[in-house]
Design a protein around this ligand. Structure first.
Ligand code: HEC
Length: 103
């Protein structure tokens, strides 16, 4: 039983790590231009995504895709994304560690 539980945990971890890697690869080509290679925005007007909660990121992407949230560029970008791709992108950006420092 213990071995089985360990195996399950390992599987869950592996699939999360795979999501992060797949999300990173996708983000490098489709998102980094505006949101930065590590999720800190490089284009004026684009928000930082690094360290954001995965649940928030996937919800926003689904809202752009469905039209519930509208934006000239993001609605167009999110339209062809599958649920799996959205989970991978959310996993990647949420996995980036950020540290904050008050001024
Ligand atoms: C051409 C520039 C551009 C590209 C490329 C781009 N984005 Fe965006 N993104 C924006 C801008 C600008 C906003 C702010 C939109 C708004 O006001 O709703 C935004 C908003 C978002 C938000 C909402 C953030 C929040 O704080 O609510 C998410 C999530 C997001 N983008 C993810 C992505 C992902 C994932 C990709 C790649 C598949 C991507 N974006 C590609 C410009 C871009």
């Amino acid at each position: 039983m213990k071995k089985f539980v360990f195996f399950m945990v390992l599987c869950a971890f592996n699939s999360f790590a795979d999501d992060v890697a797949d999300g990173r690869a996708k983000a490098d080509t489709a998102c980094a231009l505006c949101h930065g290679p590590q999720g800190v925005a490089t284009m004026p007007g684009a928000p930082n995504l690094a360290g954001q909660q995965a649940i928030y990121l996937s919800e926003q992407l689904k809202n752009y895709r469905s039209g519930k949230r509208q934006h000239e560029k993001m609605s167009y970008i999110a339209k062809p994304l599958t649920d799996a791709e959205i989970e991978q992108l959310a996993a990647w950006y949420s996995a980036i560690k950020v540290t904050v420092e008050a001024p």
